[in-house]
Ligand binder design. Structure first.
Ligand code: UD1
Length: 421
């Protein structure tokens, strides 16, 4: 089994370039499957989840080529199948955006139920509610989703739950529906805005993305023939900002949108961390022996504190003085990594959706398992702080979402090695 071996104690410092957003890329790549012409997408990260998604799209008939600068040349005109039923579909969550894209393109789609990180039930009822409102019939049987519409017609859709995935999926399908679709109680995450901006660049008419009411006027053709650049990954950026925190280091994250980082920047400042914010960078600077203050966090849809930074932040709270609280409001089972942190000496009690962290107990190296993408990142961060050697196993889960993780950490001074098992 491939693992990371980390010898903790190094103070990380330096500058790091942040890659394109994983979740935005998954949405944009799917949305590209709607187009009637080619397009170029820049700043797509070279990570396992995206590479799987590219293979799935190629399997549908799309031509996709990665250029030497990392950008993708995409020509979806040859897509000849509305069935995304390759085994790979089950491996990533973001593959569900293809339902919206294929429904928009062919008025029908068949897909395996999507996979992805396992941190609780991950229903897709709101996606289906949206497709039904657009006029589609939905059937789920034998582990597959069947969606078909005689006509796709714009409608008013109120989401019962603020869902990133449902907002993007419905937006994609509605871009090629007849008439106007209004999504109310829409999610507001930066990658929703990114998918909307991409589609608009390619000829769509979407207004209000980034607010809780999105209005999509469907267009019969989306010509493409344009270039689009993906936004930076705010979760990757946040992970390196927290790496500065856990190692009492001094890291500047570059190629970011500082506004997207505000929920984390504000909370780190509350803990006593000095931050400096520029146009497209943030510097997080701590003294080598700095004492951090305990704090309380609650995860929420954007612009609240992101659930995808919850595990990494909990690792940081283990190194603060006093009692902290982490409330997980988005996913029902996202504390599985806490047993691993405990194995490393952390003092944490979980009661329902709340983790109570008694900080200041020194962390020590241990053999631990990456149970999902962000949980794995949290264990690496804990290992960077811990005394002795930490082995993190199952790191394929981490590499689903972090481009060049080991080299980037090494560039900052971390003692981390990837061991092929
Ligand atoms: C996306 C992100 C994931 C992040 C999450 C929340 C991608 C590929 N993944 O996941 O990294 O953790 O947003 O920021 O972008 N829900 C329903 N019914 C639905 C859909 C969702 O009840 O039809 C519930 C979920 O159980 C969850 C909440 O809504 O409790 C939020 O889920 P959602 O925003 O849809 O997350 P994803 O889009 O799957």
């Amino acid at each position: 089994m491939t693992s990371y071996i980390i010898r903790g104690g190094n103070r990380l410092s330096g500058e790091i370039m942040i890659s394109g957003s994983k979740n935005a890329s998954l949405g944009v790549l799917s949305a590209a499957m709607l187009l009637d012409g080619p397009c170029k997408i820049e700043n797509i990260p070279d990570i396992a989840d995206l590479n799987v998604m590219i293979e799935i799209c190629k399997g549908l008939g799309a031509q996709i080529k990665r250029e030497t600068d990392g950008s993708l040349m995409i020509d979806p005109r040859m897509i000849n199948s509305w069935e995304a039923t390759q085994d790979k579909v089950r491996h990533i969550r973001g593959s569900y955006y293809l339902i919206g894209a294929l429904l928009g393109r062919f008025r029908k789609a068949v897909m395996f139920m999507p996979g992805g990180c396992n941190f609780g039930t991950r229903p897709i009822d709101q996606h289906m509610k949206g497709f039904e409102a657009l006029g589609a019939r939905v059937l789920i049987e034998y582990g597959k989703i069947f969606v078909e519409a005689d006509e796709l017609k714009g409608n008013h859709i109120f989401l019962d739950v603020v869902s990133v995935g449902a907002t993007i999926n419905i937006m994609i399908a509605a871009a090629k529906a007849d008439g106007v679709t209004v999504i109310e109680n829409a999610a507001r995450e930066p990658h929703i805005v990114d998918v909307a901006n991409f589609l608009n660049t390619m000829g769509a008419n979407i207004r209000g993305a980034g607010t809780d009411v999105i209005r999509i006027t469907g267009t019969p053709r989306l010509e493409g023939n344009a270039t689009y650049s993906i936004i930076p990954d705010q979760i990757e950026a946040g992970t390196y900002m927290i790496a500065a925190g856990v190692t009492r280091g001094d890291i500047t994250v570059r190629n970011i949108i500082p506004k997207h980082m505000e929920p984390l920047t504000a909370k780190m400042e509350e803990m006593g961390v000095a931050t400096e914010v520029g146009d497209d960078w943030i510097r997080v600077r701590l003294e080598p022996d700095q004492v951090l203050q305990a704090a309380s966090f609650k995860t929420m849809p954007y612009p609240g504190f992101p659930t995808d930074l919850q595990p990494q932040t909990t690792a940081l709270l283990c190194t603060a003085e006093g009692n902290s609280r982490m409330v997980e409001n988005v996913w029902e089972n996202r504390f599985q990594y806490i047993d691993d942190l405990k194995m490393m000496g952390a003092d944490i009690m979980v009661a329902g959706h709340t983790a109570l962290i008694s900080g200041g107990h020194p962390l020590t190296g241990a053999k631990v398992t990456a149970r999902d993408l962000r949980a794995g990142a949290a264990l690496v961060l804990a290992g960077l702080n811990a005394d002795g050697e930490t082995e993190v196993t199952d790191i394929n889960k981490i590499e689903r979402g972090y481009e060049d993780f080991v080299n980037k950490l090494r560039q900052l001074g971390a003692d981390i090695t990837r061991i092929e098992g």
